[in-house]
Design a protein around this ligand. Structure first.
Ligand code: HEC
Ligand code: HEC
Ligand code: HEC
Ligand code: HEC
Ligand code: HEC
Ligand code: HEC
Ligand code: HEC
Ligand code: HEC
Length: 414
């Protein structure tokens, strides 16, 4: 079956493309390398000069905000809708004590001190972290508590920053240079955050002759997968502390019914799911599965305390089974073993057996099981039992009860 794309995509992309290429002139870089030289990184600001629409979309994407240089003040993240309170300095340290913040736009930010060390609580091993509010888990904005007398610094290595920067080079590979001369940083990068050139490659050969064909355009899932896979293992979906790790969408897609899709079938690579959810997704589930309904949940709205969610395909098939930075709220999950993480899984398939993670891995960390074809399915503790706790407006279900009803939920609209 061909991969359908909505006409919306063509219209939006066409418009952008026109708008993105004005008759613009910028000064070529002073040390402009010859077209046969080694390409160099120029930075997203340079790209945005000639591609302003894409530059504006990129600036409000998590990619552009994946690592922020702190210069005395807190980071000025793009506004979200609804607006969020400004992030507090992680660990209650003043911003003046930090050099970088890792993340922080979506869920939480983690602190790098002025010497370039990533700060952790030595007694718990947890990062000094500042959370955004996350209503579905009941997480409030603010600092994660820590032991002020036991803060230790962990070297900021390429194993950590390679996915949060552009043009990362390891300490061993770059002749022992440290970013900004900070002793804790074991390597360098060309630009903080995931810039244009993290996906398109260094752009200096494109500028002297700006045209198609002299800069990388790679739409493969593998290209996104270099960062959206844990430990370079796209064949493994890793589980830690009761949740799938949050940054392994590539491994999840490969284990899903959409294994042969590039990420860009569903995602506009330049648009943020956080900032611009509807335009960021090129094809919704129902564009390709028009015969499906919301499985006996049409028009239903789940609510608990201040949180409300209109049921969609994502509520069940892309459940919050992943955890990137915020723990599930213990009170909400204690009731009957339901699990609420902070990141939607791309596994899509649902395991309707009366089993949960505890039956599969116990309390251990490990690898989510796949079948002989490498396919996975999410268990109902991450799906029905997230809402059907009796604590909100959805009646209480146990695993066995949920398993009995789940296979029939879509009725006969096969
Ligand atoms: C001096 C202006 C200018 C600058 C600066 C510039 N571009 Fe371009 N870019 C262009 C033009 C013109 C095209 C060709 C558009 C066309 O022919 O449709 C283009 C095309 C592209 C394409 C499409 C390539 C293809 O084969 O389809 C990509 C990707 C791209 N640019 C990325 C970048 C990135 C990344 C940077 C920053 C490193 C950048 N551009 C900087 C002018 C520029
Ligand atoms: C160089 C590493 C890297 C590459 C390559 C990369 N990502 Fe990301 N991506 C990240 C990081 C890091 C974050 C988290 C940013 C944050 O919130 O701090 C992220 C976040 C995201 C988000 C959520 C943030 C938002 O604003 O929507 C989406 C969606 C996403 N990436 C999709 C993609 C797609 C699709 C591709 C390939 C076209 C891709 N990524 C390639 C590193 C990367
Ligand atoms: C293999 C690539 C990769 C590595 C290595 C990596 N990250 Fe990430 N990180 C990501 C991606 C991708 C996301 C976004 C996940 C999502 O949105 O689902 C992310 C998200 C985050 C977030 C949440 C961002 C936000 O805006 O809420 C924080 C904080 C974070 N990472 C910190 C770190 C730290 C600290 C390290 C090193 C110890 C690290 N990451 C190493 C890829 C990586
Ligand atoms: C997360 C990876 C990623 C980042 C970051 C990214 N691009 Fe792209 N870009 C792509 C992919 C993949 C395509 C292929 C076309 C598609 O699927 O839309 C593309 C296509 C393009 C094109 C071709 C025309 C178009 O609109 O599709 C241009 C021009 C371009 N990018 C410029 C940029 C510029 C400028 C930036 C930074 C402001 C940037 N890109 C950041 C992945 C990325
Ligand atoms: C671009 C089109 C497209 C989009 C968007 C899409 N799907 Fe699919 N989906 C497919 C195709 C094609 C298959 C069949 C793959 C196969 O036969 O191996 C499929 C298979 C599936 C299956 C397995 C069906 C079976 O009989 O085993 C499920 C479940 C599913 N999709 C759910 C979803 C959900 C939920 C979403 C939204 C998050 C979604 N799909 C988005 C095209 C799409
Ligand atoms: C309330 C939870 C829920 C919602 C909402 C939901 N589904 Fe499902 N869906 C299920 C369950 C449970 C199954 C059955 C899985 C099974 O029996 O293997 C299923 C099965 C499917 C299948 C067939 C997969 C297979 O293995 O045969 C497709 C395709 C599908 N859903 C698509 C969608 C789409 C598209 C939407 C949104 C319009 C949606 N679903 C909304 C729970 C849900
Ligand atoms: C079948 C369609 C589909 C495919 C294929 C797909 N995505 Fe997504 N993705 C979605 C949808 C839909 C959402 C937004 C769900 C929502 O409404 O929150 C999403 C959300 C995300 C998020 C944000 C997750 C969160 O909860 O914060 C990231 C990161 C992401 N996708 C990365 C990727 C990457 C990387 C790939 C390729 C390896 C990929 N996606 C392939 C449909 C898809
Ligand atoms: C995002 C939250 C959410 C998820 C996930 C969810 N439900 Fe529900 N469900 C609701 C809400 C809210 C209602 C409406 C309750 C009411 O009106 O009393 C509902 C109603 C129902 C109903 C009654 C349907 C009717 O015809 O009125 C059944 C049966 C049901 N859910 C089973 C399930 C099963 C089985 C799963 C897992 C596959 C599931 N639900 C997943 C929130 C959820």
């Amino acid at each position: 079956m061909p991969k359908p794309r909505s006409s919306v995509q063509r219209i939006v992309l066409g418009t952008l493309f026109m708008a993105g290429i004005p008759a613009c002139q910028i000064d070529p870089p002073t040390s402009s390398p010859s077209p046969s030289g080694t390409p160099e990184f120029l930075g997203s600001t340079t790209c945005a000069a000639c591609h302003p629409s894409l530059g504006a979309l990129h600036a409000v994407h998590g990619h552009a905000n994946a690592l922020t240089l702190i210069e005395g003040e807190g980071p000025g993240f793009p506004e979200t809708d609804p607006p969020q309170a400004p992030l507090e300095a992680p660990g209650g340290l003043g911003w003046e004590n930090l050099s970088y913040l890792v993340g922080g736009y979506k869920l939480a930010g983690r602190a790098v001190d002025r010497d370039g060390f990533l700060l952790i609580d030595g007694s718990t091993g947890e990062y000094l972290q500042s959370n955004r509010s996350h209503p579905v888990t009941g997480t409030l904005a603010g600092l994660v508590s820590f032991d002020i007398d036991n803060v230790i610094g962990q070297p900021f290595t390429i194993a950590c920053f390679r996915c949060h920067t552009t043009g990362a080079a390891s300490f061993d590979g770059n002749g022992g240079i440290r970013q900004g001369g900070r002793i804790g940083i074991e390597g360098t990068w060309a630009e903080g955050g995931v810039g244009c050139e993290a996906c398109h490659g260094p752009g200096s050969l494109h500028i002297p002759a700006p045209e198609q064909g002299n800069i990388t355009v790679d739409s493969s899932a593998q290209a996104c997968g270099t960062c959206h896979t844990h430990d370079d293992r796209p064949d493994e979906i890793q589980v830690e502390k009761g949740f799938l790790l949050g940054n392994q969408q590539f491994a999840e897609v490969l284990a899903s019914p959409h294994a042969d899709f590039d990420c860009t079938v569903c995602h506009d690579p330049h648009r943020s799911v956080i900032h611009d959810r509807d335009l960021a997704i090129r094809n919704e589930c129902q564009t390709c599965h028009p015969e499906r309904d919301t499985a006996s949940h049409e028009g239903k709205i789940f609510s608990q305390d201040d949180y409300a969610e209109a049921l969609t395909c994502m509520s069940c098939h892309m459940s919050l089974a992943g955890r990137s930075a915020i723990s599930a709220d213990a009170e909400r999950t204690a009731n009957n073993g339901g699990r609420i993480g902070d990141t939607r899984t791309h596994i899509i398939w649902i395991n309707t057996d009366p089993v949960g993670l505890d039956d599969i891995l116990g309390a251990e960390d490990g690898i989510w099981p796949t079948d002989s074809e490498g396919k996975a399915a999410i268990t109902l503790d991450f799906i029905c039992l997230r809402c059907h706790t009796g604590l909100g407006n959805a009646f209480k279900l146990e695993l066995a009860g949920a398993a009995a009803i789940a296979p029939g939920l879509h009725g006969t609209t096969e």
